[in-house]
Write a protein that binds this ligand. Structure first.
Ligand SMILES: Cc1cc2nc3c(=O)[nH]c(=O)nc-3n(C[C@H](O)[C@H](O)[C@H](O)COP(=O)(O)OP(=O)(O)OC[C@H]3O[C@@H](n4cnc5c(N)ncnc54)[C@H](O)[C@@H]3O)c2cc1C
Length: 397
């Protein structure tokens, strides 16, 4: 009997998890397609840009990972179109047939057009080259700063602005502040070094999250010396200056924007139904409603809970989606009914600079401080250890 061919587009959190589950079934052969040759662990990027870890910490080699499974082929290529009626897709180099397709191409930073200059003058961290550019430019600027200090402390402030106080903005602000403080305390700066500003239009940071997380994060940011400007809307960004709706102007050396995400560009070419931000609409099985052999998971979709309430995109949601569509594909192969997707949040952990964190564990248990930091690191280790072990097995000589 011929094997069923499942194609997964995107080797991020959702795609890799689907692959792990599908590969256990001997009747399935899998092709994973990603435009990059690595799995990028975005939730750890704050440690990378603050120089606590190197690049190897946030990446896993996808060809080696795929090589460790007998039934998985990796293709490093960009998918350009999907022809749903003929069950084929087109990449930059070839056309591929599929029996089932999983779209898991994630999201990208959303730079709203109504903020002039934002896209041109701020950095994103949603991909490795952008994070690396930021880190390298930041270190160079830091060195320049140290050299300039020989002329005295009456120099322009060195400000880092982070636009958007959601989960990623808060984690980056806290880690950058802890990093700058370390520099200062170690005697690397003769004068007060770097100031971090976290700016958001909402009335609180982490808007919509549990009050315990909001309060813990706020307290920690203040302790680290971060200037938290919530209720402040960015209206314009110039080369080294940010303007706010309330008339404030702030000079900056670097700006990172984490104020929102939009679906990956692929959705623009598919002709499938999307919401206003380009996220794919899926049914209760995570299928594209008009195509029962095409699934979409993770950041690229509009995820809703049973009350129709929006579920924020997270790695956790993408992973559960990956497991779920694998289960549904196998159910279809066995002639069984598909299962509806119900997302149960297993909690949230936030890194808050240095060896400090805050979070809510399953069962609603609240933790903060060093213990929360250790739990966050343990979760990351449990996620990466099996993948690293596999990619070592599949290493190309
Ligand atoms: C700074 C930061 C901190 C975060 N912190 C957390 C956190 O603490 N906890 C948490 O749960 N989540 C966190 N997230 C969110 C989390 O990273 C995402 O929700 C998760 O990565 C989504 O997984 P995904 O599989 O949908 O997409 P991704 O992981 O983004 O993977 C998408 C993949 O698709 C590939 N791709 C895209 N387009 C194409 C194409 N046309 N052809 C081929 N390949 C393509 C990309 O190269 C990529 O490998 C954070 C995100 C950021 C940026």
């Amino acid at each position: 009997m011929q094997n069923t061919h499942v194609v997964i587009i995107g080797g991020g959190y959702g795609g890799v998890r689907a692959l792990e589950h599908l590969s256990k079934n001997s009747r399935i052969k899998i092709t994973l397609i990603d435009k990059n040759s690595y799995h990028y662990m975005q939730p750890e990027v704050y440690d990378f840009i603050a120089n606590k870890v190197d690049m190897s910490h946030i990446m896993i080699d996808l060809p080696s990972l795929c090589n460790s499974f007998a039934s998985v082929t990796f293709l490093c290529d960009e998918v350009k179109a999907i022809e749903s009626t003929s069950s084929t897709l087109t990449t930059s180099t070839q056309t591929i047939n599929f029996d089932y397709l999983i779209i898991a191409t994630g999201s990208r930073t959303y730079f709203p057009d109504f903020i002039p200059g934002l896209r041109e003058h701020s950095h994103g961290v949603k991909n490795v080259p952008a994070a690396l550019d930021f880190k390298q430019q930041f270190e160079r600027a830091l060195l320049n700063r140290i050299e300039t200090q020989t002329q005295g402390c009456e120099i322009e402030p060195f400000n880092i602005v982070i636009g958007g106080a959601g989960l990623s903005g808060v984690e980056i602000a806290a880690e950058m502040a802890a990093y700058a403080n370390r520099f200062y305390q170690n005697g690397n700066f003769g004068c007060r070094g770097v100031d971090v500003y976290l700016i958001d239009a909402y009335p609180t940071i982490l808007f919509g999250m549990d009050p315990f997380l909001i309060e813990s994060a706020y307290e920690r940011l203040i302790k680290l010396g971060v200037y938290v400007w919530h209720n402040n809307r960015i209206s314009q960004v110039d080369e080294k200056e940010i303007r706010l709706d309330n008339g404030k102007i702030l000079h900056f050396e670097f700006m990172i924007f984490t104020g929102g995400v939009t679906a990956s560009t692929l959705t623009q070419y598919l002709g499938f139904e999307t919401n206003v931000k380009g996220h794919l609409i899926v049914d209760e099985h995570l299928n594209i409603p008009t195509h029962q052999n095409i699934y979409a998971i993770g950041d690229i979709t509009q995820a809703l809970d049973t009350n129709g309430k929006f579920i924020p995109p997270t790695a956790q949601l993408a992973e559960r989606g990956g497991e779920h569509v694998a289960r549904n594909i196998i159910a279809s192969l066995n002639g069984k009914e598909k299962y509806p997707f119900h997302f149960k949040n297993q909690g949230v952990m936030i890194a808050l600079g240095g060896e400090y964190g805050a979070g809510i564990l399953p069962g609603g248990i609240k933790v903060k401080g060093y213990l929360a930091y250790l739990i966050k690191k343990a979760i990351f280790w449990m996620y990466t250890a099996p993948l690293r072990r596999r990619s070592t097995i599949g290493k190309r000589r």
